[in-house]
Design a binder for this molecule. Structure first.
Ligand SMILES: Nc1ncnc2c1ncn2[C@@H]1O[C@H](COP(=O)(O)OP(=O)(O)O)[C@@H](O)[C@H]1O
Ligand SMILES: [Mg+2]
Length: 324
């Protein structure tokens, strides 16, 4: 997709699916996605909102569509590993690329984070001598070092406030899950992560870490929410990994670099009113999301969404006709 196309998309960024369009169904507005709840299914609408420090601070054109289309790409690529909630999504709804109709699950109260590298919050814990979700890692590891095998660092999904890191032992001791269920989740999460790493490496990327959410549908474990999207995962370019690691430099990130750089330059910390994102940063960030989509799927990105008004009408029709 050309820069001109992206620039033209700026005013048409999709702010969100409003509660007033949910036609009396249950409704939940997440930071990025809006959810309309049926009895057995739900519609996940990925908006173009972008968040930092747990707050929405603006929109990036095409971001929601790319998120939604990457999730459905990965659901298809991993369906042999575990059942997932996807019923219908981008490509099946003319006029919108940002909606996923999914089976409604009883969600398990956990976010399952899988990490292939020592970075982010795991590095912060490790370098402060704290265990990482109950795991005592060996001494002498460096920032961004690859683990011999990926590790699982679950956290609880708290109704309010921040998620809490939790160990495998605590999950079982607190009776959050039964042992058999947890072991199945461990096995499946590692298999999903391995599949993600394999596909990523075939296109020159490293899947660094990611988060899975599971639920129960018809008594069986079901992969829900999103999978291997830029919002739930971190990706680095593999060609520069070794040299940067050896030199102790930051890794080259796939997607959010321009946005993060701008946040840092502006000194945005999460305190006070966030500044509005300049057009140039929105464009550059959108370009990275498009690049992420094209690199991972091997397809050119052509938007399936129309202008926000027309798209909203399409989404309302899906709610009316397809949500059960
Ligand atoms: N198949 C599903 N059934 C029920 N709930 C789901 C399903 N898939 C995702 N969810 C939930 O929908 C919500 C999506 O919101 P999200 O955009 O992630 O916002 P946030 O994470 O900020 O709450 C999450 O609470 C997620 O756990
Ligand atoms: Mg979420």
């Amino acid at each position: 997709m050309t820069r001109e196309r992206i620039e033209a998309g700026l005013p048409a960024a999709f702010e969100g699916f409003p509660e007033s369009s949910a036609m009396g169904h249950g409704y939940y507005r997440g930071k990025v996605r809006d959810v309309v709840l049926g009895k057995d299914s739900l519609l996940l609408v990925a908006s173009d909102r972008i968040s930092a420090f747990d707050r929405v601070i603006g929109t990036v054109p095409f971001k929601g569509e790319i998120l939604s289309r990457l999730a459905s790409f990965w659901f298809a690529k991993t369906a042999d590993i575990v059942a997932n909630h996807h019923i219908a999504g981008p490509g099946e709804f003319p006029g919108t690329g940002r909606a996923c109709l999914a089976r409604r699950a009883r969600m398990l109260p956990l976010e399952v984070v899988v990490r292939g590298f020592l970075t982010g919050s795991a590095w912060r814990d490790y370098s402060a001598n704290r265990p990482v979700s109950g795991i005592r890692l060996p001494e002498g590891l460096c920032q961004n070092e690859k683990f011999p095998v990926p590790i699982l660092t679950p956290s609880t999904k708290e109704a309010s406030g921040h998620d809490r890191a939790i160990s495998r032992e605590e999950i079982l001791a607190e009776g959050l899950l039964e042992k058999g269920t947890w072991e199945e989740i461990e096995r499946i999460s590692l298999a999903l992560f391995r599949r993600g790493q394999e596909i990523a490496s075939s296109v020159g990327l490293l899947l660094v870490d990611t988060k899975y959410e599971f639920g129960i549908v018809d008594g069986k474990l079901c992969l829900c929410d999103e999978i291997h999207t830029p919002d739930s995962s971190r990706w680095w370019w593999s060609d520069s990994y070794q040299a940067r690691f050896a030199a102790g430099e930051a890794q080259k990130e796939l997607d959010k670099e321009p946005f993060r750089r701008w946040l840092a330059q502006r000194g945005v910390t999460g305190q006070g009113e966030p500044p509005s994102i300049p057009a140039e940063i929105r464009i550059e960030t959108a370009q990275r999301y498009v690049q992420a989509f094209e690199t991972l799927t091997g397809e050119f990105f052509v938007s399936l969404s129309g202008d926000p008004q027309a798209e909203l009408a399409v989404l309302e029709r899906i709610v009316a006709e397809r949500l059960r």
